[in-house]
Design a protein around this ligand. Structure first.
Ligand code: AN7
Length: 369
């Protein structure tokens, strides 16, 4: 009796690895060693306070239903874990000698963690001085060999593509197709939760792997009859790093959202296809708009996401304020990474704590709300 009781409890508590949950839709077999940190299955949160704020911005009543897909709860704090469980598992299956990536931070944190778990060496190449502290901390703690180059992300990606080939090590940037396969799972989870695809999917765009993967995922599900429609894909780049909007690579990208400070996205064609096939848009948001959305998310919904993540919500605010969104519909905004990745930006964007004498009198003086 006791035994069966505890077995039952244990079974209901175990969260399945992403690869097991979506095995039928992924290129894995019995021979694939599953390297997992229990990624995916992230919250899809109805954002009622944000909905009310959007109505105020629009200056009219709105019936938009807004949901936040909060990817910051993944094991290393970003959506990258969805693709990395696949990339590292397949690399191990193929007998890899080691893995390498270029990164604005989150890919390196994820690659380092999954490589550690797989017991394979990991090399990460980052743009010197341009990645958030939390992400660097994760990569070094997981024992990755971190190399900072005097150049931007785009140059780092060129270098690792060549180095991977020369040294026969596995490239785990999103040019690795298994990364895209794993990242499709976010759109599958959204359809599974809502019962159908949303009308609009807002998503930050950097190297453009994620918008590409989401679109392919939505199409997979439609084809399998798991959904009855497709969303419009709404991608948002930082204004100083918006090659897809400008129609040409940006040689010196600039934005405080370092995660998406990318001038020549590897999945350029995938992003354009997602936009055009879905009748969607790819637009720019300024750094000010990004910071406004970043603070609104934490202040209105209690959801702390890193600045680049807030580009999706900044985009929604922008289109609503310009009267470019319909009055009703289901909207999903992806929040790609956790706010704790970049604590410095959070502190810089807020008022410092008040320092007072350690007395009840001094404290009471501060408790007027
Ligand atoms: C929080 O880690 O490119 O358009 O090297 O970390 O799929 O590139 C990160 C990208 C959005 C953009 N939000 O996604 C890297 C890296 C966050 C990110 C993106 C990234 P893609």
């Amino acid at each position: 009796m006791m035994d069966s009781h505890f077995t039952a409890v244990r079974e209901t508590r175990v969260k399945q690895p992403l690869i097991e949950r979506f095995r039928a839709y992924l290129p894995v077999s019995d021979k694939t060693p599953v390297i997992t940190l229990q990624e995916g299955d992230t919250p899809l949160l109805r954002a009622s306070n944000l909905e009310r704020h959007l109505a105020r911005v629009a200056g009219r009543s709105l019936a938009l239903e807004v949901h936040l897909k909060y990817e910051g709860t993944n094991p290393t704090g970003s959506f990258k874990d969805r693709g990395m469980t696949m990339a590292i598992s397949k690399a191990l299956e193929e007998g890899t000698r080691g893995v390498i990536c270029a990164s604005t931070g989150n890919t390196s944190a994820s690659a380092a963690a999954y490589a550690a778990r797989a017991g394979v060496p990991c090399f990460v190449v980052i743009p010197d001085g341009n990645i958030a502290m939390g992400k660097l901390a994760q990569a070094v703690m997981a024992g990755a060999r971190v190399i900072a180059v005097r150049g931007n992300f785009d140059r780092a990606l060129e270098l690792v593509r060549e180095a991977a080939e020369k040294r026969s090590i596995t490239l785990v940037n999103s040019v690795n197709p298994y990364r895209i396969d794993g990242q499709k799972s976010a759109s599958w989870e959204i359809v599974d939760s809502l019962g159908d695809a949303p009308d609009f999917h807002f998503i930050p765009v950097g190297n453009a792997g994620n918008i590409t993967a989401h679109w392919l995922g939505y199409r997979d599900y439609l084809q399998r009859g798991k959904s009855g429609k497709l969303p419009r894909m709404m991608g948002f780049q930082a204004a100083g790093a918006a090659p897809l909007v400008d129609g040409a690579p940006v040689a010196a990208p600039k934005t405080l959202a370092t995660a998406i400070k990318i001038g020549n996205p590897a999945s350029w064609d995938g992003a354009i296809r997602a936009r055009d096939e879905s009748k969607g848009r790819i637009c720019k948001v300024t750094d000010d708009e990004i910071i406004e959305a970043y603070k609104l998310l934490a202040g209105l919904e209690g959801v702390f996401a890193e600045p680049a993540s807030a580009a999706s919500v900044a985009g929604l605010l922008q289109l609503v304020s310009r009267g470019e969104m319909p009055r009703e519909g289901v909207v999903v905004c992806t929040l790609t990474g956790h706010g704790l990745k970049d604590p410095e930006r959070a502190i810089q964007s807020s008022l410092p704590p008040r320092v007072v004498e350690a007395t009840l009198e001094a404290l009471s003086g501060e408790l007027q709300s």
